[in-house]
Design a protein around this ligand. Structure first.
Ligand code: ATP
Ligand code: ZN
Length: 225
């Protein structure tokens, strides 16, 4: 087991959030050597352990209390919260701060030549997505239904492959959609990276460290604005 007196922070190992997560922690003064391909990195100058995992695992690690803090996209966090609620659980955690990176939108997209006048155009249609619960929340709010096609990758090829009528996927520039003959027709969720903390009281020393980190993060983000 890891040393439970040290603050545990989970971040994405490699992907769109990892460079900026690492940069934020290092600007907060945490000295970590992340060169090696290791799951756990130990800070040299503070009682902090960094867990480097797939982003999808981070909300669960925080909700299950395995780590104290996590840096994660709101899209992944909200999907996991909704998934757990759908399973009858009552997931607990707190969002300490919205961060200034990882911006993207979860959008509906259709073949470029199809007409779109509103979400009702997709009522009852099949939609490929990795975010079925976020999509259902949106469709429920519109009083509409859809048939799900759950894909955890290559979502954008589904319409061309005849698997779905539309997709609901993350977009930042739209280049991937265009390359696949798709057109973004509606934004259903806007996301950024957030810093989250597990439920329950932290031990006093850990809480004091979190408070110090929060002050530093505030300073780092303000300086970048
Ligand atoms: P992992 O291997 O950790 O599971 P992944 O492939 O699921 O990684 P990434 O593509 O690295 O995930 O994206 C991580 C997060 O970055 C997304 O969940 C989202 O919050 C954010 N993000 C920012 N811009 C984009 C984008 N254009 N496309 C996808 N995600 C983006
Ligand atoms: Zn992932």
């Amino acid at each position: 087991m890891l040393d439970n007196t040290r603050l545990r922070i989970a971040m994405q190992k490699s992907g769109r959030l990892s460079d900026e997560s690492r940069e934020l922690l290092s600007r907060c003064g945490i000295k970590i050597n992340l060169q090696q391909q290791r799951l756990i990195a130990f800070a040299e100058n503070m009682p902090i352990d960094i867990l480097r995992v797939r982003d999808d695992d981070i909300p669960g690690l925080v909700m299950d209390g395995v780590v104290d803090l996590g840096i994660i996209g709101e899209n992944v966090l909200e999907e996991e919260v909704l998934t757990r609620r759908a399973q009858g659980e009552d997931p607990q955690l707190s969002i300490l701060r919205r961060l200034d990176f990882g911006g993207c939108r979860l959008s509906l997209a259709m073949p470029a030549d199809s007409a779109y006048t509103g979400p009702e155009c997709l009522d009852g249609k099949r939609i490929a997505t990795s975010y079925p619960h976020l999509l259902k929340k949106y469709f429920d709010s519109q009083g509409l239904t859809f048939k799900s096609c759950l894909l955890n990758g290559s979502v954008e090829v589904a319409p061309r492959a005849g698997l779905s009528d539309a997709i609901c996927d993350l977009v930042s520039t739209g280049a991937t959609l265009e390359a696949n003959g798709l057109r973004e027709v509606d934004v259903i969720y806007r996301s950024k990276a957030v810093l989250i903390q597990r439920a329950g009281e932290l031990e006093a020393d850990k809480q004091a460290l979190v408070n110090r980190l929060m002050t530093r993060i505030q300073g780092v983000i303000q300086a970048r604005e």
